[in-house]
Design a binder for this molecule. Sequence first.
Ligand code: P6P
Length: 337
Amino acid sequence: MEGIGITVTEHLLMHQKASPAATGRFTSLLTELIFSAKIIAREVQKAGLVDILGLTGEVNVQGEQVRKLDEFANRVLIYRMQRAGVLCAMASEENADIIEIPDRYPGGDYILVFDPLDGSSNIDVNVSIGTIFSIYRRKESGRAYVALDDFLRKGSEQVAAGYFLYGTSVMLVYTTGDGVHGFTLDPSVGEFLLSHPNIRIPERGKTYSVNEAYTPYWDERTRAVVDYFKSPDNDLGKPYTARYVGSLVADFHRNLLNGGIFMYPADRRDPAKPRGKLRLLCEAAPLAFVVEHAGGAATDGRTRILDIQAAALHERVPLFIGSRADVERATALLQGG
Ligand code: P6P
């Protein structure tokens, strides 16, 4: 019937029966995540209003407001997901340690890892930002306690992953391993409705995303990769277009729909971060899970992201992610090919 969309819950029930994750408990988890995202979206959009008010010389307040949004998004997700009755623990990009589920709340067997508001420094210039989430089953169901090793997993063990994109529209893109599906929030009914069923990333893109300000800090092979995409003699037969928003979810989402490669290579800028800035568990692994189920690829320049066993909660990895042909080419060049 015209004008009536398919909600996430209907889509899970109707189209993802095959997925091991599409159980009632998983549906509850996703429903709570969606409710959290609606609250975050409302505050992020209000930040624009604060921005206008900020022009009255209260820029500091506006700046404060942006930083508070990171904390606000984190608090909303922790508050809602602790009470969802489906998690045994969670981890946030904003929290140094694992976040337990207090005994007074019902527990479950899922593990949630998230970046509550990735790219939040872009809010005050109205650039899209996002929430990234990753879901595992705990290793031993019913074990009385949750250990760090429940989190130190390979990305291939995820049962679901995805992101919310707070942009011109609010979108949810996720996979349970049974296709990658995009939903757009219809604010008039407050529901995410199916807008991008079965997303497939083009085999080869025309866009490369990387912060070239770091060129002086890259090794020779990394420079060779970026030069390849800028060369008229590459496999595309012409230079790729440069697109770099500085917001991972925005850059990733554009490349997922249109094709392309996003790169955050290792660089020598900060000895404390020799493997680059992005985090394995709450950024690289969930987006790698999404891109592979859309036909794309993701490596750290050598190893498939989903094969990397996390050794620490906030481990950082270089990231080359997007169209399969582009990621394979970049990885081969980084390995001296
Ligand atoms: P740079 C935002 O701070 C973020 O974590 C990602 O969203 C984004 O892709 C990256 O950092 C941008 O980092 O070093 O290019 O400013």
